[in-house]
Design a protein around this ligand. Sequence first.
Ligand code: ZN
Length: 458
Amino acid sequence: MATVLIKNGTVVNHFGRQKVDVLIFGEKIAAIGSEIENIPEHTQIIDATGKYILPGGIDPHVHFHLGTPAGYSSDDFISGSKAALAGGTTTIIDFVTPIKNESLPVAYEKRLADAKGCFCDYGFHISPIDFHEGLYQEMSHCVENLGIPSFKVYMAYKSSIGISHEILEKIMVMAAHLNALVTIHAEEGDVISTLQQQYIMNGYDEPIYHALSRPSSVETDAIKAAIALAKITKAEVYFVHVSSPDSMKCVVDAQLEGYPIYAETCPQYLLLTMDKLKGSFEQTAPYVFSPALRDANQKDALWEYLMNGSIQTIGTDHCPFNLKGQKELGINDFTKIPNGAGGVEHRLELMYTFGVLTGKITLEQMVSLLCFQPAQIFGIKNKGILTTGYDADLVIWNPVGERIISTKTQWQQCDSNIYEGISVTGKVETVILRGEFAYKDKNHGSVSGNYLKRELLG
Ligand SMILES: [Zn+2]
């Protein structure tokens, strides 16, 4: 088994940073310290002077190869996982979404086949899309045998995968019984449908009406309703992609009352505003995703919740679609634009540049949001911390140097990039996944990802 020694870097964990060396043996971290002894002969040495060594990123929210009426999202598990690694993410959690009348275990088997060839480690959340006989047994099977203790439900998209409040309550009861987590896309689907129909009927068909038909109140109302149900059912709840401060206020109130409620946000809601939806179809369609972008005041207020620790994780909701042939299907009707944008490769550089370098969050907080909390909340064993005995998943981060994000240099497969033209500081130099070089000097290694069976802690 290969051994690697990373010398002279600063190891950053969520609890602090230290200038120490890291010895990797096989897939694991064998030692961390300033005077590591008994270093085997032929150990490969990496000098990390002036660099940070971060735990491999865990993105708890990505959609690779997602089927939609506009075709599959433009990244499959291969291109998507390469983008993830290039951005310092070594583990992703994707989704299993059954089609109508398909059982959860059957959908899982199919999804596992989709993920074949994934370059980074991966797990799944799984979505009950209706309530049917035997659902509890299926959910139990997911938790007990498939390593999927998190159920994702959609309160929006009622015509396809979304569920009613009544079914949400039933799923919460079952999840609580199974000690599993309910992760929620919180937007009131019926209100959105009504607003969409009104806009389309009156000839308002441009991308900006995507945002106007999904005001932040539809998110906040859904979060309120879901929290009320969580209190009754005692379910543990994780809200994905929270986009507005009003919604966060509800989350924080419940957290303060002692309920196990977690919140994720995404870089797009911290960095971009609705102004991106003003312009031509080609300029604006890439910014059609849900929830929608908010105004500048809401964006700034969302940061406060990140800074004070009320938000636990940053996911990307990575789900790009090409303008050509996909987004353009909605040129005369914004409701036909596939919802989604890419971001998996930019999470670390964006949060470092706009969170850490601006002094809003510390490096340790960033590591907590990107690595530690996703592992902790979703039960990913031996990852998220750089410590002896844990998986040797790590990123050598050079904090010096600037670059401009561009479609021309991105790894994701898409003809646009919502962060186009943004200047970021720092770069991912080397990424190690379970002891093997997964990305180095802009090249990917041949290491392949493992499917991770998860188990929630306590
Ligand atoms: Zn999503």
